[in-house]
Design a protein around this ligand. Structure first.
Ligand code: AMP
Length: 488
């Protein structure tokens, strides 16, 4: 399963923006490890550099020093749509005589009406273009030239094109003179604003998927971009307009569970505390007698701390993670994925042998990793292994920016809880309830997308062929019917 991408934008005259963007992308590496890139403008010339690979392997000192300017955008990519190749690496750059200097765009999310948009853009079907490329093409084709303006401004174009676009997007753009940030009307994916310099005399502005990217460049967190809001930064400072009418906010619940860094601020709170609260609630909901609580590093650790605190069972480290392996081990098949666990995690036998363990992790998707972990703990002499998971069973594919396996590969989509326990080889298993998860996040009614847990898709998914059409009132039981019908 792949993650959402990371986006970054900076407007900062007098600063070396290529270095700031590098640092920002480095802080967002966990959101995408397939490709990285940035576009930098010096006010007239836009230069783009992107490649496959991690941020640190795409850029070096020499390349960064060739990227001069005072505004930039950047991207780390995990493909949810389109192939993982250079052509689809971002930022996407396009130019035309109508847009002197051209424009660049970077996208986090996944669109749900790409085919429709490609039709509108007159693009050939089946050429493997990513959804982001289609939006960029529409912007190029429908660019609105405002004769009263002396330089390019994409705002009128965005207000024309974005109402056609459906699904999840946090987008950043750059033209020769300005950076832009916008979130879709549901705000599926995060995007926040930071300020460089003091409040009385700002020296620049930063937009980023997550707040740690602001911290590393020395920016002060200001606020989240609101759903449907367009923010821009240029020589006149920061501007904001409500470009699209806001819908009910649907920030992805999995950002809280797994994706976002623990030091990210979402909905005004640090994620680490939210995850600890999940563990506390899980302990009350699914108690068990045990000797030690351990978290699966790194994502299970905050919830494990919370579980230990609430249950009174001592917390200890049971697995050591090789810090040189990324959070997601990209492996082509199930066997190498299972072997990948051994490369990534090693047991601390002293803490495990003879102990009744509570093992806390944030989620089970296919079950491959979890099964290998349980086996590893048993091989190290664990007396009992009790799994506690800080998200409810993951049953439905995501169409809003996470590349999830289809339903046949999602363990919880096809098994009862008891079957899952048996498959994983655990003594007991307890998942947090959706109500408790929402309580921990602080959104008990609306405000979140939980489609992967409930099958209720807030925005219709229009895919052609064998894929899906889901609508906002689709309930978990109705989706398979729609899947069977196929789309349009
Ligand atoms: P598995 O047991 O194979 O389903 O893997 C579960 C592990 O995958 C948990 O430790 C999760 O933290 C992790 N995980 C959850 N979502 C993702 C994702 N989108 N990409 C990579 N790993 C994930």
């Amino acid at each position: 399963m792949k993650e959402a991408c990371g986006v970054f934008a900076v407007y900062a005259p007098g600063r070396v923006v290529s270095h700031l963007t590098f640092d920002g992308l480095y802080a967002l590496q966990h959101r995408g490890q397939e490709s990285a890139g940035m576009a930098v403008s010096d006010g007239s010339l836009v230069t783009v550099l992107k490649d496959m690979g991690l941020v640190a392997s795409v850029f070096d000192e020499r390349k960064l020093s060739g990227l001069s300017g005072h505004l930039a955008i950047g991207h780390t990519r995990y493909s949810t749509h389109g192939k993982s190749d250079w052509m689809n690496a971002q930022p996407i750059y396009l130019s035309s005589p109508m847009i002197p200097g051209g424009f660049a765009m970077a996208h986090n999310g996944n669109l749900t009406n790409t085919e429709e948009l490609a039709d509108r853009a007159g693009m050939l079907p089946g050429i493997g273009l990513a959804d982001s490329g289609v939006v960029a093409e529409l912007i190029l084709q429908h660019h609105v030239v405002d004769p009263t303006l002396s330089s390019v401004d994409l705002t009128p174009t965005l207000s024309k094109v974005l109402p056609w676009v459906e699904g999840a997007y946090s987008l950043v753009f750059l033209d020769a003179n300005r950076v832009y940030g916008i979130r879709d009307p549901n705000g599926f994916r995060p995007l926040c604003i930071g300020r460089l310099g003091p409040e009385e005399a700002p020296e620049g502005w930063v937009f980023a998927s997550e707040s740690p990217a602001l911290d590393v460049v020395g920016a002060t967190y200001v606020r989240e971009v609101a759903p449907g809001e367009l923010v821009t930064a240029d020589a006149d400072g920061l501007h904001s307009i409500q470009l699209l009418p806001a819908a009910v906010e649907r920030l992805c619940i999995f950002e809280f569970v797994y994706f976002a860094r623990p030091d990210s601020i979402l909905h005004g709170k640090e994620i680490h505390g939210t995850r600890r609260r999940m563990g506390e609630l899980l302990a009350a909901q699914s108690p068990v007698k045990a000797d030690l609580v351990m978290g699966v590093p790194d994502s299970g650790v905050p919830a494990a701390e919370g579980f230990a605190r609430a249950s009174g069972i001592p917390y200890g480290q049971g697995l050591v993670k090789n810090r040189y392996i990324g959070r997601t081990f990209i492996a082509p098949d199930q066997t190498s994925r299972a072997n990948g666990v051994r490369r990534k995690l090693n047991p601390l036998r002293e803490n495990i042998a003879g102990k009744r363990l509570v093992v806390v992790d944030d989620s089970i998707v296919r079950g491959t990793t979890t099964k290998a972990i349980v086996q590893m703990l048993r091989d190290s002499g664990a007396a009992e292994v009790h799994l506690r998971i800080s998200s409810p069973p993951f049953k439905w594919p995501c169409y809003y920016g996470i590349d999830t396996p289809n339903r046949d590969e999602l363990l919880a989509a096809n098994s009862t809880i008891e079957e899952i326990r048996q498959f994983l080889g655990a003594d007991s298993i307890g998942y947090i309830s959706l109500a408790n998860l929402r309580l921990a996040v602080g959104k008990t009614d609306e405000g979140l997308c939980d489609a992967c847990l409930t099958g209720t898709y807030p925005v219709p998914v229009k895919l052609r062929g064998a894929d899906a059409v889901a609508t906002s009132d689709v309930t978990a039981t109705k989706v398979p019917t729609l899947l069977a019908q196929g789309a349009e």
